[in-house]
Structures are given as C-alpha cells and as structure tokens.
Design a protein. Structure first.
Length: 154
C-alpha cells in the first residue's frame, strides 16, 4: 500500500494541497492541487441536456476554481486521483466551499488528464468546438471517500 502525506496551505484566496510520499523520497511531489476561492454560486435553471439556460440569484455559497490538478507522471493512477480528490473535498468542506469548478484545455501536455474530471465525478457543463471543457462538482453533504488503497498519513 502506498503511503502519502498531504499538506494543505492557504494563502489569501488560494488553497494548495501537496501530496508527498512517506518513507523513501519524501522530497518528491506526488500531486499538487491548487485553486482560488473566488466564485459566488447562483441558482441555475437547466434544460433537458443539462445546459444552463438562466442564471438565478446568488445563493450565498462560494466555490473553488481549480487552477492546477497535477499528478506526477509515475503516480497517475485512479487510487492517487481518489486520494487527492478526498483531501480536496475535506479541505473545501472545512472552509464551507460548496462546489468545485475547473477547465480543461486540450494539448499534448494535457492528454493524460483529458478524462480526469469525469473520472472524479465532475459534471461537464460546457464544451466548445476546440474541445475546451468546463467542469463542475457540487460537494454533497454525504460525500463518501473514494480512496481505498492509498494510506494518508497526518
């Protein structure tokens, strides 16, 4: 079983999670997730295809816009993705953040993370003709941790 230590830091409106191995090579970085708390959520009206057709009134809740969700090449496996997502959801709940947003822009350097947000349970909210996509994850009060095979050490 892999063992990692996750450090959460907050600076201004930025939250950063860094996952590092426990034991050997503790200076390596397994993953980095970084986002900005900057969005005010609104009530949305959606059509049958799930597209937003009308923005409503502010809900008073905030969201995190994920700027980076990077896994080290050798650690790009579903178990590590799940450990990172669980830690991110926990950090957001502690800060009363209700949703996560992110964007994917296609490119050779991003090919390995093309389906990352879908695998993590995000809902695709838009896609343009170039393949740029926007994703949203509403943090449920009943979120169940997905990680079953990575030990997270405090």
């Amino acid at each position: 079983m892999k063992r990692i230590r996750i450090t959460v830091t907050e600076e201004a409106d930025t939250i950063r999670l860094i996952g590092q191995p426990v034991g050997e090579n503790e200076e390596e970085i397994v993953f980095i997730v970084e986002g900005s708390v900057a969005m005010q959520l609104t009530e949305e009206v959606r059509n049958a295809r799930g597209e937003i057709v009308k923005e409503g009134q502010p809900t008073g809740q905030t969201a995190l816009l994920i700027d980076r969700f990077v896994l080290h090449e050798e650690e790009q496996d579903p178990a590590m993705e799940d450990a990172a997502m669980d830690a991110l959801v926990k950090a957001c709940r502690e800060r009363r953040i209700a949703a996560l947003f992110s964007y994917f822009r296609p490119g050779k350097e991003h090919e390995t993370t093309k389906d990352l947000y879908g695998r993590l349970g995000f809902r695709k909210v838009s896609e343009d003709r170039l393949g740029n996509t926007a994703w949203k994850f509403d943090i449920p009060s009943s979120y169940i941790n997905r990680n079953r095979s990575v030990e997270v050490v405090q």
